[in-house]
Design a protein around this ligand. Structure first.
Ligand SMILES: Cc1cc2nc3c(=O)[nH]c(=O)nc-3n(C[C@H](O)[C@H](O)[C@H](O)COP(=O)(O)OP(=O)(O)OC[C@H]3O[C@@H](n4cnc5c(N)ncnc54)[C@H](O)[C@@H]3O)c2cc1C
Length: 437
């Protein structure tokens, strides 16, 4: 399996591949694309969006070819924390409706609400062995008004889903073993998965269903022909009646209208060595995943072998000892029960953001679509977006899609804006500390 390259700018301690990429075992091997092939649908990228879409098309008996730069799960999916979080990113349902209107906004809200159940259903239906933990997702908040604020968000969700519960301060502490939160939303449809084993499983099912998958075949150019697009890879080309770009951070290199439309956000995740039964029983004892995206970003979940997976903003040039000390301090501050943890694995990935922080599917012409950016919470969302795009392509005249196709939107002030997500992510802790003084 090929590994992402070590980030030259990061600290020495950063592993070149994620915990999942290192431990998932070899993916079934598929050759690179050589020569020319013709197909009905060509998809660029074997992440969650591309695989979910391709599988639906292949299962409907249609011709589909997927070209992947590396191997399935090599991108953001494989770098992720594997948290199934069927929630919006720093946006409320009311804001979505006021920005996009009842029809389009309501469609997106229904899809996001359905996305956790859809993903775990897909895993079950296909018998994919990826350590699926459908135990729920907790989004906590701090402050005197948190309970009121989150209660009103759950009310805003109510027309679209009924699987959200509000926890007060005592409830959050009991369910999570964390300190200092005054309320939380418990999303019963969330949880966790091993994202690389998920990618391998979906890729296997795709090939069984008749889809063609080419590894180590980066798409380098796209050219329009009369009634088709030609996708050129380093070793060959695909002529397809329809092309769907699902390359996440790779999309903007393939079409001029996609340039400067998404922003990179560098995120570090780490996995501890196995922890004691006492710690396992004190922190998230019922196995939910937790992410606090409000000010001081904090995220934890248990994974295989009683290891804790958590997010930490690693500064450039930090030593391994300094990182471990800072992570322990962080966990000590956040958890009611804490034992010193050792870091077994630390890696970095790039999540790509739309400036709206909402999912976006872009129509470039009648034969070319792009699933754009993941917004750091795209595992469940992009899986259901894949399903939705497949339904649109399979029944273009009869299916009424839940998503509205958008046009490419260049980010204003891109040269500066592209640094913002990472700066804000790292700055969030400093700002939160400062604001608590
Ligand atoms: C560190 C980190 C942690 C995250 N944690 C979570 C989380 O816990 N929960 C959550 O929901 N989301 C999380 N996310 C976001 C989540 O990973 C993404 O939303 C989701 O995986 C995006 O899926 P995708 O299929 O769109 O893109 P990707 O998974 O990036 O897939 C795109 C694929 O396209 C391939 N590709 C790129 N360019 C080309 C090309 N030119 N030719 C061929 N192939 C190409 C790539 O190799 C890759 O396999 C995280 C992201 C990061 C980086």
């Amino acid at each position: 399996m090929s590994r992402p390259h070590r980030d030259a700018g990061g600290p020495d301690r950063v592993d070149a591949a994620s915990f999942w990429q290192t431990h998932a075992g070899e993916a079934a091997s598929h050759p690179p694309l050589r020569g020319g092939v013709e197909t009905e649908f060509a998809i660029v990228g074997a992440g969650i969006a591309g695989l979910s879409l391709a599988l639906q098309l292949a299962e409907a008996g249609r011709e589909v070819v997927v070209v992947e730069e590396s191997v399935p799960g090599a991108g953001a999916l494989g770098a992720s924390a594997g948290i199934v979080a069927p929630q919006l990113v720093r946006t409320t349902p009311r804001q979505v409706l006021s920005r996009l209107g009842r029809d389009v906004g309501g469609g997106w809200l229904r899809l996001v609400g359905e996305s956790g159940g859809h993903l775990f259903g897909l895993i079950r239906e296909h018998g994919i062995d990826c350590d699926a933990r459908p135990h729920g997702f907790v989004a906590p908040a701090r402050g005197a008004d948190a309970l009121r604020r989150l209660t009103s968000v759950v009310e805003e969700w109510r027309p679209f889903r009924q699987d959200l519960t509000i926890l007060d301060a005592t409830g959050v502490a009991a369910l999570t073993g964390t300190e200092g939160y005054t309320a939380a939303v418990l999303d019963a449809s969330g949880g966790g998965i091993d994202p690389v084993r998920l990618a391998h499983g979906l890729a296997d099912r795709l090939v069984t269903a008749g889809g063609q998958l080419f590894h180590h075949s980066p798409a380098t150019a796209l050219t329009r022909e009369q009634d088709a697009w030609r996708l050129v890879t380093t070793g060959g080309s695909v002529r397809a009646a329809r092309v769907i770009l699902c390359a996440n951070g790779g999309n903007h290199r393939l079409h001029p209208l996609l340039r400067e439309t998404v922003l990179p956000m560098r995120i570090h995740e780490l996995v501890t060595h196995p922890l004691s039964a006492a710690m396992r029983a004190a922190v998230l004892p019922r196995g939910q995943a937790l992410t606090d995206l409000e000010h001081d970003i904090f995220s934890i979940r248990w994974i295989a072998g009683d290891r804790l997976l958590t997010y930490y903003p690693v500064a450039a040039h930090a030593t391994a000892t300094a990182i471990e000390a800072a992570v322990n301090k962080r966990l000590r501050d956040m958890l009611r029960y804490h034992e010193p943890v050792g870091i077994a694995h630390l890696w970095q990935g790039v999540a790509w953001m739309n400036s709206s922080l909402l999912p976006r599917v872009v129509r470039l012409d009648e034969r070319l679509l792009a699933v754009q950016a993941c917004n750091g919470r795209g595992i469940a969302t992009n899986a259901i977006v894949g399903r939705e795009v497949a339904r649109m392509l399979l029944s273009p005249t009869t299916y009424r899609p839940q998503i509205a196709l958008d046009v490419p939107r260049r980010v204003r002030g891109f040269a500066l804006a592209r640094h913002l997500p990472t700066v804000l992510l790292h700055g969030a802790r400093a700002m939160a500390r400062w604001s608590r003084r």
